[in-house]
Each structure stands twice: as structure tokens, then as C-alpha cells.
Design a protein around this ligand. Structure first.
Ligand SMILES: [Zn+2]
Length: 100
């Protein structure tokens, strides 16, 4: 169980200097184009839905399987997974899609 998150004191707020030359700050946009969605961001062991092959949608409720969190690509798939977890579970853990 991950309980307490230590709050780090220290407000590193920069003083908005009312100086002469105000440099326009370029916000470092973290738009890493071309990067695949990581499982760490999703919190699931898989990035693709083993049943439908779609990318895991974080809005879809996840299912626990053997201590792992399984993500799904569509709302149709969690019921299918729950109906036959031992069929789909290993594929999810390997992040593979069922071949039809
Ligand atoms: Zn799916």
C-alpha cells in the first residue's frame, strides 16, 4: 500500500522581476510526437487491448488479473475478459492481441 506522500516544502517560485528586459518565456511543451503511450502512464500492464487490438483507453475501467492491472480499448471488452479471464489474461500480460 502506498500511503503517505511526503510533501516537499520549498516554494521555488521565481520572482517576477519588474525589470527592463522582459524575455518572453517559451513554455517547454512536452509534446513528444511519435512517442508510444507508456504503460507507466496508463498504470496498466498492457498498452493494447488484447481482444479488440485498440490502444488502451485510460477512461475504460481496468480489471485486476493475477495482481496486474489490465487496461482495455473499449467498453465491450471488460465483460468479455471477465467471462474468460484465463483465456485473455495471459495475452494481456504479454501485451499481445488475439489473432483471429
Ligand atoms: Zn478492447
Amino acid at each position: 500500500m502506498e500511503g503517505s506522500v511526503p510533501s516537499i516544502p520549498g516554494d521555488e517560485r521565481q520572482k517576477s522581476g519588474a525589470g527592463g528586459s522582459a524575455l518572453p518565456l517559451m513554455p517547454s511543451a512536452e509534446t513528444s510526437s511519435g512517442a508510444k503511450p507508456s504503460t507507466a502512464a496508463l498504470g496498466t500492464v498492457n498498452t493494447v487491448c488484447a481482444i479488440c487490438g485498440m490502444e488502451v483507453d485510460p477512461k475504460i475501467p481496468t480489471v485486476e488479473y493475477r495482481g496486474k492491472t489490465i487496461g482495455f480499448g473499449c467498453r465491450m471488452c471488460p465483460p468479455k475478459f471477465k467471462a474468460d479471464p484465463d483465456r485473455y489474461g495471459p495475452l494481456y500480460l504479454k501485451n499481445e492481441v488475439i489473432e483471429r
